[in-house]
Design a binder for this molecule. Structure first.
Ligand code: UDP
Length: 479
C-alpha cells in the first residue's frame, strides 16, 4: 500500500533565506510530513515566524514536522536586527552581509545535524557545503532547485558551450545550444554570469559541482509541463531528479491566506471584488517577492493598464519609494477612472490566481509564479527582469506557448537599478490587449494553459506523475 507511512524516515530541510526559496521548500517539507516522513526545517528566528502558524496546524493534526530555529548572527555581520532574508536587503553591501550570515549558520547547522543524524539532508542549492558534510555523516544530500527544468537545461548548456564569447552585437540573436527545441535569446537577455566569468560564475560553478555529486535534485515542477526538458536533464545532463510539484496544490485555504507572509489586504475583500467580475476578465500584475520598479516605470505600467481598459489587481512592493512621492507615480485621477485594485505589499497570490475571474498574469517569470499560474490555468504576460527569468520567458513564449512576451530586452542588475524605464507604455498595453482581448492566438494560449492546469491537478493525485515520484523517492530513502 503506497499510502502507508514509511518506517522512521527522518529528513532535515535547509531552505535558503529568500521567500522564493523558503516558500516552496517549506511546502515540500510539509508534503513529506503528510506522507508520514519525520521532517525538521532549519530556519532563523524571524523567518520562522512566517511559517509558524502553518507548522503548528500540521503538528495539531498529528503530522511529524518541526522547526529548528537558529538565532541569526546580526551583530557578527553588521546587519540591522530583523533583516534575515534576501527580499529585505536594499544594497549590494547588505546582500553580501546576508550571504556571510548564511555562511556563519554553517557551524550551528552542522552541530545540530551531528547531535541527531537524520536519514537525508534536503538543502537549497545555495548550501553546496552540505554535500561533503552529508558524506561525512554517511547520508545522502538532495538538492532543492527552485527553478524550471528548462532554465536549468539552458544554464548547463550555456556553461558547457559558452556560446556568447564570439557574439559582437548586443542585440544579436543566438540559439541556446544543445536544447531539445530551438530557443532564441539576444545577448543582453543572457545573465552576466552565464556569458562572462565573474564572482557569481565562480559561486555557481561550486553549486553545480555540488549538484553533480548529490544524491539527486528535488524539483517543484511536473513532468507534463516540460517533458523534453525533464528527459534532457535526466538523460543528457545526467542528473537524477524527482518532480513533486506543483507543491502549492497541497495547501489549505488557511495556508493560502498567509503563505510566505501575512496578506496586507483582507483576502475576503479581494475575493469578493473578484466575485463581481466576469470569468477570465481580470489581469493580475505582480513581479514577485523582491523586485521594486522605480516610479517612472510604475507610471508606464499605470498608463498602460488604464489604456488597455481591463480590470486588474496590481501588486506593488516598494512602499518606501512611493510613500515619499505621495503616489506621484500614478497619473492624476487614475484610481477614480480605472476598475482595478492596487495591493501595496504582500498579496495572497495563490488565492487570487485560483479565482475564475483572473484571465492573465503579468509576471517577472519567477518560477514559483509561473508554476502557480499554470496550476490555476492562467496564461501569462512574461516580463522577465534578471537571473534565470529570461530563460523562463522562453519556456512560456517559445516552448510551452502559454503566454506572450512584453518585450523586455535586457537583463537587469538587481540593486543597481538606474531608475530608468525598461519597458514603455505602448509595449505593455499591446501585450495586455494581445492576451486579454480574446483573439484567436489568445484563445489558443488560454486553452493550452487551462489544459496544463487540469494536468497539474492530476499529477499530485494518487497514481499521478508527481505523486509517484514522491512515493518512489521515499521508497529509495527507506532502503
Ligand atoms: N508571493 C505572494 N505574494 C506576493 C508576492 C509573492 O504570495 O505579494 C509569493 C508567490 O506566490 C510565489 C513567491 O512569493 O510563491 C515568489 O516566488 P517567485 O519564484 O515567483 O519570485 P521571486 O520572489 O523568487 O523572485
Amino acid at each position: 500500500d503506497t499510502e502507508s507511512p514509511p518506517p522512521k524516515l527522518e529528513l532535515v530541510f535547509i531552505p535558503f533565506l529568500a521567500s522564493g526559496h523558503m516558500i516552496p521548500m517549506v511546502d515540500m517539507a510539509r508534503l513529506f510530513a503528510s506522507h508520514g516522513v519525520a521532517v525538521t526545517i532549519i530556519t532563523t528566528t524571524h523567518n520562522s515566524l512566517i511559517f509558524k502558524n502553518a507548522i503548528d496546524r500540521d503538528i495539531k493534526s498529528g503530522k511529524p514536522i518541526k522547526l529548528h530555529v537558529l538565532p541569526f548572527p546580526f551583530a557578527e555581520v553588521g546587519l540591522p536586527e530583523g533583516l534575515e532574508k534576501m527580499n529585505s536587503v536594499t544594497s549590494q553591501g547588505q546582500k553580501q552581509k546576508l550571504y556571510q550570515a548564511t555562511m556563519l549558520l554553517k557551524k550551528p547547522i552542522q552541530q545540530m545535524l551531528l547531535d541527531h543524524i537524520p536519514d537525508c539532508i534536503v538543502s537549497d542549492m545555495f548550501y553546496p557545503w552540505t554535500v561533503d558534510f552529508a558524506a561525512e555523516l554517511g547520508i545522502p544530500r538532495i538538492v532543492f532547485q527552485g527553478s524550471s527544468y528548462f532554465a536549468l537545461c539552458a544554464q548547463y548548456s550555456m556553461r558547457h558551450y559558452a556560446p556568447c564569447e564570439n557574439v559582437t552585437s548586443d542585440m544579436e540573436l543566438f540559439v541556446v545550444p544543445g536544447l531539445p527545441d530551438r530557443v532564441e535569446l539576444t545577448r543582453l537577455q543572457v545573465p552576466d554570469h552565464d556569458r562572462t566569468k565573474n564572482e557569481l560564475t565562480a559561486i555557481l560553478d561550486v553549486i553545480r559541482e555540488a549538484e553533480l555529486r548529490s544524491f539527486g535534485v528535488l524539483m517543484n515542477s511536473f513532468y507534463e509541463l516540460e517533458p523534453s526538458y525533464v528527459n534532457h536533464f535526466r538523460n543528457v545532463i545526467g542528473i537524477k531528479t524527482w518532480n513533486i510539484g506543483p507543491v502549492s496544490l497541497c495547501l489549505s485555504t488557511n495556508d493560502k491566506y498567509e503563505r510566505g507572509h501575512n496578506s496586507v489586504v483582507d483576502p475576503h475583500e479581494c475575493l469578493s471584488w473578484l466575485d463581481s467580475m466576469k470569468p477570465n476578465s481580470v489581469l493580475y500584475v505582480s513581479f514577485g517577492s523582491q523586485h521594486k520598479f522605480p516610479p517612472p516605470q510604475l507610471y508606464e505600467i499605470a498608463t498602460a493598464l488604464e489604456a488597455s481598459n481591463h480590470p486588474f489587481i496590481w501588486v506593488i512592493h516598494n512602499e518606501e519609494t512611493i510613500d515619499g512621492g505621495d503616489e506621484a507615480w500614478l497619473p492624476n485621477g487614475f484610481k477614480s477612472r480605472v476598475n482595478g485594485m492596487i495591493i501595496r505589499g504582500w498579496a495572497p497570490q495563490v488565492l487570487i490566481l485560483e479565482h475564475v475571474a483572473i484571465g492573465g498574469f503579468m509576471t517577472h517569470c519567477g518560477w514559483n509564479s509561473i508554476l502557480e499560474s499554470v496550476t490555476a490555468g492562467v496564461p501569462l504576460i512574461a516580463w522577465p527582469l534578471y537571473a534565470e527569468q529570461f530563460y523562463n520567458e522562453k519556456l512560456v513564449t517559445q516552448v510551452a506557448k502559454i503566454g506572450v512576451g512584453v518585450g523586455a530586452e535586457k537583463w537587469l542588475n538587481l540593486l543597481e537599478d538606474d531608475g530608468k524605464v525598461v519597458v514603455k507604455k505602448k509595449k505593455i498595453e499591446k501585450a495586455v490587449i494581445r492576451l486579454m482581448d480574446g483573439g484567436d492566438e489568445a484563445k489558443e494560449i488560454r486553452e493550452r494553459t487551462k489544459e496544463l492546469g487540469r494536468k497539474a491537478m492530476k499529477v499530485v493525485e494518487v497514481g499521478g506523475s508527481s505523486y509517484n515520484d514522491l512515493i518512489s523517492l521515499i521508497g529509495e530513502l527507506v532502503l
